[in-house]
Design a protein around this ligand. Sequence first.
Ligand SMILES: [Zn+2]
Length: 519
Amino acid sequence: MKFKPAKCRVLALGFKRGRSIVDSVPFRLDGGEVRVLDRDSFWRYLGKNMGYQATEKGGEAIKTLEAYCDRLFLSHLTSFQKLLALKRFIIPKFLFQLRIRRFFRCDLRRLDVRIRTLVKAEFRLPNRACQPFFHAGLTSGGLGIPNLCCEADVLRLSQAIKMVNSTDPSVRAVARGRLALVVRRTCRVSEASETLTVEFLNCVSLTGHDSRAYGDAHGLWTAVRPVTKRHGARWFVTEDGLYQLALGADCCQDLGRLTKFLHLKVNQRWKTRWMELPDQGKTVECHSRYGSSNRFLRSSNVLTAVERSWMLKARLNLLPLRSIRGRFRKRVEPSVVCCKCGQHTETLPHVLNHCLPVMDIITNRHNSVLGVLLDSIPSSSSFSRCDVDRVCEEHATLANRRLRPDLILADARRVLVIDVVCPFENGVASMDAAVELKHAKYENLCHSLRLATAKTVEMHTFAVGSLGSYHPRNLATLRAMGVSLFESRLVSERAVVASQRGSHRVWKAWCSFRGNERT
Ligand SMILES: [Zn+2]
């Protein structure tokens, strides 16, 4: 028996900067050159199932995943480790199955619900925690657990586009031929025009055509239609005769980046759905403005398990408060007035930021954020810290003496007036308004300082939300203080943690008065 290189083919896959690439370097074996396949031609050699197939094996894979999840959540790992293992090892293993087998959508949906139930129990989240929170990306404050139904949709769409636009002529011919056949059979026409094909893919009701049944044409192309509709996508044909998919206003022409593009769009969709929720999505926008706000979701040593679980509930507005409980309980609550101060409605912003009996702990939170800012002043800086009364005696005598910014730094050329603020995350606009309010508050003081010192006076704020959102303008504050870019990232992380810990302390102090009423 003799080895024949001419009869062999090589498919060499590699990774470059996180993207899979096809290595086209000539491959020599036994003295002869073996032909290297390009990205799309492996379908020709390995084949791709185009029809409907029994899901016996699919069912097995689902049972295995369920068993894995159950075992994981029964184990003695910490909640954070369980979540990490689920995202990094167990679900990716199943996603590989999703690539090679077909699953019923109802099975995948059941599995998604099962995973969410386990995570809810682990983090002690109430049942009404919204679905987008589990699937939205970490950058927007979600848990980033892949949604299996969406993954199946993404794979199906990307497969369809890659096959119908394949660079390998034979793969493209087979895919287009099959698509035309499905369109002809579905619409009962003898010729599948480009317009009709696009209408078919876009799931437009094919008026004038008898499209009652797919006949025996079930397969990838009939499955693509509902997926297109579900994701609000639109197919169109470019001038080069390529079938492209537009999601919203965007479209990805590069086949190599297509899956990444679709994933990005799915993520955006989860975030939008979450933000649209009037109750649980109010704080999302604030938390997705700066990466450090969500570091406690990425790293286990930032907050303790109790603090993390509390923070998730607080961000989703799921804490037991009178203003919220009334909505979900049949029994009408006697009152929605704060049980501690008895003056205002018992809402989370009131408890964490305004309730008078716990005001000293709220001030402590502000001071701990200020402490982080003080620690960040570089030892090499020429700034000296000074008191407003000492710098500007006229102001102290003329204006209200209580107007004292948290920090005044002065060097030979300029004076920095810095004030720390911890507003509640009632949307981006309210955070910005809190910052603007501080600027307006100290405007007169800055003017007096300018006259008294004859130096440049700059007003800066350092805003960290009470649920850990970080205002982007803080970066300018740190830059003015001479903090390096690398150091300012660390400062942002420390300030967010200080604020989150402080808020948890406020909540504990507030709860200590409530006694039996807590649950
Ligand atoms: Zn109160």
